[in-house]
Design a binder for this molecule. Structure first.
Ligand SMILES: O=C(O)CCC(=O)C(=O)O
Ligand SMILES: [Fe+2]
Length: 284
């Protein structure tokens, strides 16, 4: 099995040297960008010689994606839930992306090796300013491949977890751009009027666009930053591996959300009955 230190560009991202000057410089830079922009992209995290393998491995499992186009809102609230006039949760969108669950990702796949690597976890924790991060105890949601097929989009939304870690493994020919509004809400303030304006396309000034390349590692505060992947154009599906980590061990997704994302649940979900990930009272 391949060693993560061969896969990650350790000359730029010194996984094995916590506390060294190089580590401190890299990690401090990531933290600063996370604080200022809600997002930090570690370009070329995976060495270019592995890009083909990333692409091939994604293509081999993409058929397992649970693709059922849904009508959603940015908060993942039930669309029949009554909300006041003008509430951004009343704006509905088509969610056309589809997730391949972790149990369809082979144990020796590069994204599985990276997700489970203690070296990567220690590095991510350093970047996030946490003592450590844990893989989810969720056998489906811990690691997934987000597949956005041509003609589809992953519409504006907030994430349930505070920090998202992802690697683009296959870019679209055109479109499929990651767009976000840094820290548009906070635990104290939903900022509903501004969110509504973004959803209606009236606040392009707040929208940032990321020129992600395959092999880039993205850290993103998706709980507070509204974000989307724009419609994929051309003939190539866009693939991104999503690494879900939590501060607490043992996190498992709720039955309802798991069924929505993956079309099925496992005994672990039924047993945990929703030790969910959120630590605040924001919508979604
Ligand atoms: O595929 C991406 O780059 C973003 C995915 C995302 O926002 C999510 O899974 O919540
Ligand atoms: Fe997201």
């Amino acid at each position: 099995m391949v060693d993560v230190e061969e896969v990650v560009d350790t000359a730029r991202y010194p996984l094995r040297e916590p506390g060294s000057a190089r580590w401190e410089r890299v990690v401090a830079g990531v933290r600063r960008r996370l604080r200022h922009d809600g997002c930090s992209v570690l370009t070329g995290f995976v060495r270019p010689s592995w890009y083909d393998a990333l692409r091939r491995e994604g293509a081999a499992i993409a058929a397992h994606a649970h693709d059922r186009t849904e009508i959603v809102n940015a908060y993942n609230l039930a669309t029949d839930r009554p909300l006041p006039d003008g509430h951004p949760g009343r704006i509905t969108m088509e969610r056309g992306n589809a997730f391949v669950a972790r149990d369809h990702v082979p144990a020796d796949a590069l994204i599985q090796r990276l997700y489970t690597s203690p070296l990567v976890q220690r590095f991510v924790a350093g970047c996030a300013g946490l003592p450590m991060v844990h893989m989810l105890a969720d056998p489906l949601a811990g690691l997934c491949l987000n597949v956005v097929a041509p003609g589809k989009a992953h519409p504006w939304h907030f994430d349930t977890n505070e920090l998202a870690v992802s690697i683009l493994t296959r870019a679209a020919d055109r479109g499929g751009t990651f767009e976000y509004c840094p820290d548009i809400r906070s635990p104290e303030d939903e900022n509903l009027a501004t969110v509504r304006d973004v959803l209606l396309g009236r606040r392009d000034d707040l929208v940032r666009r990321l020129p992600l390349q395959p092999g880039d590692l993205q850290l993103f505060r998706g709980r507070f930053s509204l974000h989307r992947v724009t419609t994929v154009e051309g003939t190539t599906a866009r693939h991104a591996a999503i690494f879900a980590y939590s501060e607490r061990p043992g996190v498992v997704g709720s039955v309802a959300r798991t069924r929505q994302l993956f079309g099925r649940v496992l005994p672990e979900h039924l047993a945990s009955s929703g030790r969910a990930m959120r630590g605040d009272w924001l919508l979604d």
